[in-house]
Design a protein around this ligand. Structure first.
Ligand SMILES: [Cu+2]
Length: 146
């Protein structure tokens, strides 16, 4: 009993330290050179503490295929962080949650390009959208809702 409380305390206090000790996560972003909303999403990641390596390519589709974006779930840019897929305008806080929870999964996707998602701000318009977790078999489940 007493021991489990101590372990819980230890895990609780170690979590922020582990984030710092692991260093700033580096996100590799693959995007078309002319994609404006992709650049705005990169800015959103940087503003939330991520280091970003941005790769301009004419063949983003090849990277989507390599990282395992399920059919029908694609958006504009695709990305990889700590081995996870991140497709589309995924909010930085969901990526942080992903890196903390470390699920056995391919990663996260926000399909299409919902208005009001990070990098897609326009006139204060906000569409409802889901962030999906892509399982290793390519199936998806809702990870969070906006
Ligand atoms: Cu976009």
């Amino acid at each position: 009993m007493k021991r489990s409380i101590l372990i819980a305390l230890f895990i609780g206090s170690a979590a922020p330290a582990a984030w710092a000790a692991a260093g700033t996560p580096v996100v590799d972003v693959y995007k078309s050179p002319t994609c404006g909303c992709c650049n705005k999403w990169v800015d959103h990641l940087k503003a939330n503490g991520f280091a970003v390596r941005s790769h301009d390519t004419q063949n983003v589709a090849a990277h989507k295929a390599r990282l395992g974006v399920p059919a029908g779930y694609d958006a504009c840019h695709t990305a990889q962080v700590n081995g996870y897929l991140v497709e589309g305008h995924v909010p930085a806080r969901e990526i942080k949650r992903l890196l903390k929870e470390k699920p056995r999964a391919r990663g996260l996707v926000v399909p299409a390009m919902p208005m009001g998602s990070p990098g897609m701000e326009a006139d204060g318009r906000k569409d409802a959208y889901d962030v999906f977790l892509v399982n290793r078999d390519g199936s998806t489940q809702t990870y969070s809702r906006y």
